[in-house]
Design a protein around this ligand. Structure first.
Ligand SMILES: Cc1cc2nc3c(=O)[nH]c(=O)nc-3n(C[C@H](O)[C@H](O)[C@H](O)COP(=O)(O)OP(=O)(O)OC[C@H]3O[C@@H](n4cnc5c(N)ncnc54)[C@H](O)[C@@H]3O)c2cc1C
Length: 362
């Protein structure tokens, strides 16, 4: 395995629509691991099936998926509608909840049997546990926490060996100050984890069909050495990733007292409250509201950034928002470079006016 800087990406080829299941069960496909705990598919897995479809069309191969759990075959129609051609279902009642060892064994079996060229995992807590274990078992590289993926050529700078159709694993590095492109040209599969919320969901096509392949894994007692005595599931208080509107406050909000404007505006317009890391570090709001490189990546229809300067680590988490409004006293604040609408002013004056305007509209 070698991780090397890639040659600059050529514009990836435009995706061509192709008949589902045309080459079902072929090798060399793009395989997506599908998280299915609590009776539904994790949003990041659907994002990866959507992105996997784009990559597979560029490579001229299928999108295969693998789900491990109890009754996972039922997810097939939804996966096919987002672009998958095949679901490998490791269906076993002992796998109702995630456990590292049997899940890793299942993934390794499917990967060894089907020899995909690319494997994608969500960079969720589960994916961050599972993917390294699988990569280490298969003795291949793993690029963690990617924010973009593309396909292109690569030339080894030392040997001048040329490679075609290599995955560019793109992610922030050195504290987010640079964006690194990583390639694993010599070993297969090329594997990576991808952040939640960064890949665009495809529009589902309910008429798409695919193939379900049941996979039997020869588990032994050793695969179930852990005994789960009790499961305590905490309820997620903030759903930033799924929000259509986010009103976000930064260090410029200044105090917990002033943060009430952020909460009030969010409530008025049916939004969710976000924040910068500086606001979290200053104790103005909890970490679960943080947007950015070390927080949540968001892609709402509307993002209102209040008293946020627009540091790169914040921008990487929100710059794909459909519309961005920035409110800042400093006309030179970097946030204005990516904002669609900018208001130069004190948020303590601007926000009450916005709240009044929305309320007066009923
Ligand atoms: C490894 C690493 C990871 C990081 N991860 C993240 C991350 O996930 N998310 C994140 O946000 N940051 C992250 N950061 C921190 C990031 O570099 C910035 O420090 C942070 O985003 C700054 O937050 P801010 O814009 O709220 O504060 P500041 O940069 O202090 O900006 C405050 C802004 O408010 C404006 N302002 C002040 N008063 C008012 C007012 N009354 N009305 C209107 N505007 C006003 C100011 O003009 C200024 O532009 C990370 C940093 C590192 C090194």
């Amino acid at each position: 395995m070698s991780n090397k800087k890639a040659t600059p990406a050529k514009k990836p080829a435009k995706a061509k629509p192709k008949a589902a299941t045309k080459k079902a069960l072929s090798k060399n496909d793009v395989l997506v691991y599908v998280e299915t705990e609590y009776g539904e598919i994790a949003p990041v897995s659907l994002e990866l099936v959507s992105k996997g479809r784009e990559l597979a069309d560029t490579l001229g191969v299928n999108v295969t998926t693998v789900a491990v759990g109890k009754g996972v075959s039922k997810f097939a129609p939804q996966l096919f509608s987002y672009g998958a051609d095949v679901l490998y279902a490791v269906d076993d009642k002992r796998l109702a909840f995630y456990e590292t060892l049997p899940f890793a064994k299942s993934l390794c079996k499917v990967i060894k049997d089907t020899a995909p060229q690319v494997v994608l995992f969500g960079a969720s807590p589960l994916g961050r546990d599972l993917a390294p274990r699988v990569a280490s078992e298969l003795k291949v590289g793993l690029t963690a926490d990617c924010t973009e993926l593309a396909i292109g050529p690569h030339e080894d700078p030392k040997t001048k060996k040329q490679y075609e159709n290599i995955v560019y694993w793109i992610r922030p590095a050195f504290g987010g100050n640079i964006v690194a492109t990583i390639v694993c040209p010599d070993h297969r599969p090329q594997m990576g984890t991808v952040r939640e919320g960064v890949m665009k969901l495809a529009t589902p096509d309910k008429k798409r069909k695919g193939t379900v392949v049941k996979v039997s894994v020869p588990f032994t007692g050793k695969d179930f050495v852990n005994k789960v005595i009790k499961r305590i599931v905490g309820k997620k208080k903030v759903n930033l990733a799924g929000a259509n509107i986010i009103v976000s406050g930064g260090a410029g909000v200044g105090s917990k007292e002033n943060f009430k404007y952020i909460h009030e505006l969010a409530e008025c317009i049916g939004g969710v409250v976000g924040s910068s890391r500086a606001a979290v570090d200053s104790g103005l709001i909890d970490h679960e509201h943080q947007v950015g490189q070390t927080g949540t990546t968001v892609r709402p229809k509307l993002y209102i950034a209040c008293g946020i300067s627009g540091a790169i680590q914040h921008r990487t988490g929100m710059e794909n928002s459909a519309k961005i409004i920035a409110i800042n006293t400093d006309p030179e604040a970097p946030i204005f470079k990516i904002a669609h609408y900018g208001i130069v002013g004190d948020l303590k004056e601007v926000l009450p006016m916005m709240i009044k305007a929305y309320k007066s509209k009923g």
